[in-house]
Design a protein around this ligand. Sequence first.
Ligand code: ZN
Length: 377
Amino acid sequence: MKIKILLLLLVLAFVGSMPFIFNKTTTPAEAHELDVDGNFIMYDWHYDDFKEGQRTGQNPEWDYNLKPVKVSERVWCFFGAMEMPTKENAGMMANSCYIKGETSWILWDTGASYIFAKQAYAQMKKIADLPAKTIILSHEHDDHWLGNNYYTQEHGAKVYGPKSVNVNYLGYDEETGKPFEGTREHPPQTRMERALYQNALRGTHLKGVDEFFDDTTELTIDGVVLEYVKVGYVHSEEDWFLYLPEDKVVLAADVVMNGRVTSNRDGLVVGQLNALKEINARDWDYLVPGHGFITDKTAADETIQYFALLKERVLEGIEEEIHPDFITKYVTLEEFKDKDLYYLLSPGNVFRSYEELEMYDGDEEDEDDEEEEEEEE
Ligand SMILES: [Zn+2]
């Protein structure tokens, strides 16, 4: 009798778990904003669309299934998933763009791997059969530039970007940004090297920056006018965005994200707010975030609101003398709780901002600091 009841319970448990066992697809709940042509900017992550075994580590080559989205007359972008880098997305969780010059492609960031870059180029070649001769990088995080060596090896591309890429990843000299005698021969593993399957990572070598600029620079490359704007310590140690005045397009990279909570693990709230002001000081119709699908006039709104609230509430917490152990309980950003990665990243952003703003606040009030400043002068 007891065995019968046990069996019955087992059957019931199995039936109850059916929806979970068979629910293997990811379906975005809502369509995203429209692009310049009125098409949905939609990157759907129906893993069922892929042939059996296509996105596993066992194939000769990972298939990123890339579809470029036209953002403006001369700009196309690849939009990544709203996730952290994982085996399942093979690092395709950041946005990167192609700008069409007169005789070549100009790249804004190059994605997470050699194979990503190779497959992205194959798609762009269908739009215009031009070589990719210039790379411009936004910042040092590895989801944005590990595709570099595809373009430098196969197209002879030149890389412009922040010195921090060379210094922090390749161990190059801080002053010159070039290799020196003590440069380590084997750079440390990046996140992608730890996360990706070999068939997605194969061929990827760290290729640093060839030429740096000290400050905001106006360039005309292959007929395209570009303003490469240095915003400094914002989301990483050294962030830049790209403005195309003739196209009224801002390529913001991780200074702006939407649809998901930003990662401020290496960033500064005050830097973020200043950079957002710099962006809004320009006349733009389209803005491509580093992560997220919204590219219209509202593209930067979420980030502006997030950092304004973060600063206000953390400063309030400091005023109330909340102990750092409790700051992530005291400061929440409930307005963003439905955004991707909220639970994973927002508490960390609060804690990081607490550390930053506590010092920022102290500078203004602490007498010892004032004395120090006088000595420096
Ligand atoms: Zn980043």
